[in-house]
Structure formats: C-alpha cells, structure tokens
Design a protein around this ligand. Structure first.
Ligand SMILES: [Fe+2]
Length: 389
C-alpha cells in the first residue's frame, strides 16, 4: 500500500539543536518582524523558559508583548482575545512557545489578525482561510504534536466544547525552532503522553493509504527513535540524548503525516478530547492505539510487520506473527511509561461510545485508514480500549 505518485513539501524552516533558541532574534528579523506577540501558557511562564526568550528578543532589539492565557484544549474565545491583543499592540509576527495548545493558538491568532471577517468558527474546516496569516515562528517545548510544521490548528468550540480544527497550508509556521533543552522541564506524565502522540503519528502515517516512499522512511525512523528513547526520557527528564531523539522523532513523524494524514486513533482522539471527557490528546491516542492496530492489522500486514522489526522485535515464523508483535510492543511501551491502559481507568463512560463514534466518523483521517471502518467498528474498538489489559 504505497503511493508512488506524490508531492512532498515542507515550507517550514527547521532549526534544530541544543541551544538553537539563541537564533530566535535572527529568525524574527529574517521574517520582517519588529513587534512580536508571544503566545504561550502559564506553565511556560513559571518554568522560566519565557524569561530566557524575552532576554534573547531584548538583546536583538525586538519588542514584544506576551499573551499567556492559552489553556489545554484552547477555546475559540481565547483565540479571539489573543487576536485583540495582537491588533491593539500592532504586532507583525507571532511566536508560539509551548506544546500543541500554544502553537495551535499562535497559528489561529496569526490567522485571525489578517482574516477579521466573521468569527473564528467561520474558518473551521479545510481551506477556509483567505489571507496569509502574520508570519508564525513555532517553538515546541514538548515532543509530540509536531504542530511546528503542520497545517492544522486544533481548538475547542466554547459553545458545546467540541474539538474543532482549522486546516490550511497558510497556517504552516514559517520557522520552527526545535531546541531539545526547552523540553527538559517537561514532567514524566506529559513526556509519556506527548511521546505516544508522536508514536501514533508515525504508526498511523506509516500504515495508511497515502504513505509514500519518502513519508515511510520518515515515519519508520521516528518509530525507531521513540522505541529507543521514550522510556529513557520519561525515566530521567534530564537525559539530553533521549530528549534530543524524542524531539527529532516528533519532527520526523510530523514531516510524514503532514503529507499522509493519520487514521482511526486520531479520529477517536478528537471526541475523546471534547465535551466533559476532555482527555489530553496524547493520552487519548495511547488509550486506543493498540486496539486500532488490532483492527487495522489485516489492512496492511506487511507494514505492521515492518513496524515490529523497527521497534526491535525478532521476526516471527509468519508475517502475521511478526505483525502482531508490533501491537504487543506498543502495549509494553505504554505500560513501561506509566500511562493509564484503559478507557475505564480514566473515567470514560460506555454511554458515551455512541456519540464518540458518531463524531469520529466525521474525521477526514478515516478516508486514508488502511481498513475501511464503520461506526460499529469504532464502537468495537472503544469497547476493547475500555477493558484494556
Ligand atoms: Fe496527534
């Protein structure tokens, strides 16, 4: 299942390496920025990361204002407040620092400053953005979402607390500054959940119908890096080697799924992050991924076999045996990094399965999943994830 006719483009300038945050001032100037709005959350402010970034901007003679009101699963109303700040302060560049929530908020705020017609909700969907946003520089402090180079901004509709996404090539950040030192302060539970988000990106991209020879190389390398480094990054946050490899793995998976889209796990993660359920995105993926793999296995046995070998499993006697080892290995990884292993354990109720499946059926990710699935299939996957192991 390989797509031999493809386009491949990553318009984001990627700056990667320990200490590369020092280049921020230079990159802001290259993009014509003179007044920045820094979009972030209170955790980044209290971690001290923001202080260092302010100093770099001051030393480069760039003025800035800080918008630090981003919450987990950011609301459309938060974006509108950030837009007002950016307009009032006359900002001409947006810097998003943090995890997916901060980077996705930065993208949406940059978009709204130059697309002021209607409300933010009018831009939900794909290719609804008309004017290029303010230039965006994304600085990840987690290793998972890869929002630093994707076209999506994932937010929450404050009217009914449903997760929504705005997708447009125009939302792709102009530059991503990926400094592993900024991920050191991430606590173990967030390291684990975001790492599983990256692994889910890599696996869903590798097995889906849009995979190309280029995206497969990127996804497989990401899977190798995560299987070798995630346990270490969770166990010892100051292991800079593990942190560097995890940030690289997240980036490679992002380069891959930017072109392929994802699969059932990400379709389910949207409603699992909605309403009163509101699971963190990476955790939602980790809870369903092994059972999505079980469902998908017949759709791309070969790819799952290759994933098992990339993780370091020995080949089985048959291809099916090898492929099954990929699921076993993912379950072992989730156990070792200490994440909850069933929907039951995190309080998701069986009564919600119908509406979760209903909402997931709207996802564009299902169109590229290696196995065609119906709503009843999603409910079966949720039932298996509910029991877990
Ligand atoms: Fe994700």
């Amino acid at each position: 299942m390989e797509n031999l006719s493809f386009l491949f483009s990553i318009p984001t300038l990627i700056v990667f390496g320990c200490g590369c945050i020092k280049e921020l001032g230079k990159r802001v100037k290259e993009l014509g920025g003179s007044k920045a709005i820094i979009v972030t959350d209170k955790g980044i402010v209290s971690s001290g990361i923001l202080g260092g970034i302010k100093d770099i901007l001051k030393d480069s003679g760039i003025s800035f204002t800080v918008f630090d009101e981003v919450e987990p699963n950011p609301l459309d109303t938060t974006i509108e407040r950030g837009k007002e700040v950016a307009i009032r302060e006359g900002c001409n560049i947006v810097i998003g620092i943090g995890g997916g929530s901060s980077m996705d908020s930065a993208k949406a705020i940059a978009m709204r400053v130059n697309n002021q017609e209607g409300t933010l909700l009018d831009y939900v969907g794909v290719n609804k953005v008309k004017n290029p946003p303010l230039p965006i520089i994304a600085i990840p402090t987690t290793s998972g979402t890869a929002s630093e180079l994707t076209i999506f901004s994932v937010l929450t509709d404050s009217r009914d607390m449903t997760k929504i996404s705005i997708g447009s090539d125009l939302l792709t950040p102009k530059a991503a500054i990926c400094d592993p030192l900024l991920t050191i302060s991430m606590p173990p539970n967030i390291t684990a959940a975001t790492g599983m988000d990256a692994l889910t990106h890599a696996i869903e991209s590798y097995v889906n119908t849009m995979a190309t020879p280029v995206t497969k190389v990127l996804a497989l390398e990401s899977i190798k890096l995560i299987s070798k480094n995630l346990r270490r990054a969770v166990s010892r946050g100051d292991d800079i080697n593990a942190r560097t490899n995890m940030l690289l793995a997240s980036l490679l998976a992002g380069m891959s799924f930017r072109h392929t889209r994802l699969g059932i796990a990400h379709a389910l993660a949207m409603p699992l992050g909605s309403w009163d359920i509101r699971l963190p995105h990476g955790l939602a993926n980790a809870l369903v991924l092994p059972y999505v793999m079980e469902f998908n296995l017949p759709g791309n046995l070969e790819a799952y076999g290759e994933i098992a070998l990339a993780i370091g499993e020995n080949p089985g006697v048959t291809l099916r045996e090898t492929a099954l080892k990929s699921i076993k290995a993912v379950k072992e990884l989730i156990k070792d990094i200490g994440l909850p292993r069933s929907l039951k354990a995190v309080g998701v109720k069986k009564e919600d399965f119908d509406r979760i499946a209903q909402e997931a059926m709207k996802s564009g990710n299902l169109a590229v999943n290696p196995r065609v699935c119906k709503k009843e299939d999603l409910i079966s996957i949720l039932e298996a994830s509910y029991e877990g192991e």
